[in-house]
Ligand binder design. Structure first.
Ligand SMILES: Nc1ccn([C@@H]2O[C@H](COP(=O)(O)OP(=O)(O)OP(=O)(O)O)[C@@H](O)[C@H]2O)c(=O)n1
Length: 438
């Protein structure tokens, strides 16, 4: 018996009217699971199972609300209706009954149905009891094998729900691990993305690697990569404690359309080949976007520069120019790896939190403070003159030399040698004379 039906399942909270759903129709999947858990979903995505004509129902609802309609799978009769702030998927029931359909799903907690017409919970696999205990239990090993992405979904959902994986389920996952290589890289990447974004993700990525799920995709991930991953989590916490704004930037998405945060980029950099060129090939094969690949490779390329204690202003100027928006990811990686390199290079223990904090202040604080100060001319130079102005003032033709002069003016400005447009032009003139004299 289930104590009460959570109000979040109520049709009043749906983006469409219950009257448009035929009888019977069932709500299933993550929305039911999360409602029972009292877990709020960032984005409302509802899944319905309908015994027949699921696509027709979806089309009618989309038409009624002038919402978007996407036919996801014509053969299996699955369609999506896209509302401004929610989506609803309608799928034809698999098999002869709802019970058969539920028995074909991945985990018991995802195999609970809710009949909105009768307000009844249908739970043939005792998913409700597993939800109460925080356990992810497979429906069957055969179901995991049917769609091997489910192997990875287990770790991702355990992280997101704060659950444990029931031992027999984990053993089955381990023995079926080789099947993961049949899954399209893109689907695996999405699951890894959720794990990298989750505060419990590192623990579960580690389990997934130990259980053989990562190797076919992340060929360069080793035990050391996972230690680095944990170090990045710690470094992010330390940096956030001292520079809230930097912490907030680490949580920002690389782009609005790409749901990977800068912290995720730093973590991804731990899992791939540390050579930026090889990492690029690897990430490309894993179907990462250009922005994500650029983030990871930039961080890896610039990392050695952040390990130098005394960077000249000139070096800092070029560093900030190259790092640009990848600075937060690069610095969190540098803090994390510095801690590890020291630890791995001798019998020294890991730095204590206090020592790391002290090193942070010495090596990176000046750079972080510059980066966070929008008026800092080293990190955020504001051009004193444009290329066009130089061409006119020096009476020279457009050529790559103009770009070089602008860069040198920027460096001179960072070093405090020039601070007005007139001084900048005079400085450029000197450069011109020096070059002509050679
Ligand atoms: N590979 C998959 C994907 C999905 N499902 C089933 O389809 C439901 C809906 O899938 P999806 O929307 O992808 O995931 P959710 O479980 O809803 O969870 P989340 O929103 O957290 O991804 C799942 O609950 C599960 O019952 C499955 O059995 N196997």
């Amino acid at each position: 018996m289930h104590e009460s039906i959570p109000s979040t399942l109520a049709p009043e909270n749906w983006p469409f009217s219950l009257e448009l759903l035929p009888q019977p129709a069932y709500m299933v999947g993550g929305a039911v699971r999360d409602a029972i858990l009292g877990r709020t979903r960032e984005y409302l995505d509802l899944d319905f199972v309908i015994p027949s004509k699921a696509v027709k129902v979806a089309r009618a609802i989309a038409h009624h609300y002038k919402a978007g309609f996407v036919l996801l799978d014509a053969e299996r009769q699955i369609a999506r209706v896209v509302f401004p702030h929610a989506t609803a998927d309608f799928a034809q029931q698999e098999g002869d009954s709802l019970e058969v359909d539920l028995h074909r799903r991945d985990f018991t907690v995802n195999a609970i149905a809710y009949n909105p017409h009768t307000q009844e919970i249908i739970d043939p696999l005792q998913g409700y009891a597993d939800l109460q205990q925080g356990i992810l239990r497979m429906v069957s090993p055969a179901n995991l094998e049917d769609d091997p992405l489910r192997l990875m979904r287990g770790y991702r959902q355990a992280a997101q729900l704060g659950f444990t994986i029931e031992p027999a389920t984990q053993a089955a996952i381990r023995s079926l691990a080789s099947h993961i290589s049949k899954v399209a890289a893109e689907r695996v990447r999405v699951e890894i993305g959720y794990l990298l974004a989750n505060s419990q993700g590192t623990r579960w990525i580690t389990s997934a690697w130990e259980d053989g799920l990562l190797a076919p995709f992340f060929k360069n991930t080793t035990r050391e990569s996972l230690i680095k991953l944990a170090a990045v989590d710690n470094a992010a916490a330390l940096l956030t404690q001292n520079w809230q704004q930097l912490g907030a930037q680490l949580q920002e998405y690389v782009r609005d359309s790409i749901k990977t945060t800068w912290l995720g980029i730093a973590k991804l950099a731990c899992l791939v080949n540390p050579d930026p060129e090889l990492a690029e090939i690897e990430l490309h094969q894993l179907t990462y976007s250009r922005a994500e690949i650029r983030g990871v490779t930039t961080a890896l390329k610039l990392l050695p520069q952040l390990q130098v204690v005394d960077m000249s202003l000139r070096e800092q100027y070029f560093f900030f120019h190259d790092a640009d928006i990848v600075f937060p990811a690069t610095v969190v990686l540098a803090v994390a790896l510095d801690n590890l390199v020291e630890a791995m290079s001798g019998d020294k223990p890991l730095h204590t939190a206090v020592e790391t904090k002290a090193r942070c202040c010495l090596i990176w604080a000046p750079l972080i403070n510059r980066y966070l100060n929008p008026d800092d001319l080293v990190a955020h130079p504001t051009p004193l003159v444009s290329g066009k102005e130089l061409i006119i003032a020096l009476d020279i033709p457009a050529s790559p030399i103009i770009g070089q002069m602008l860069t040198e003016i920027g460096v001179a400005q960072a070093e405090g040698k020039v601070s007005t447009p007139t001084e900048a032009i005079a400085f450029a003139r000197q450069l011109q004379q020096r070059t002509a004299g050679k």
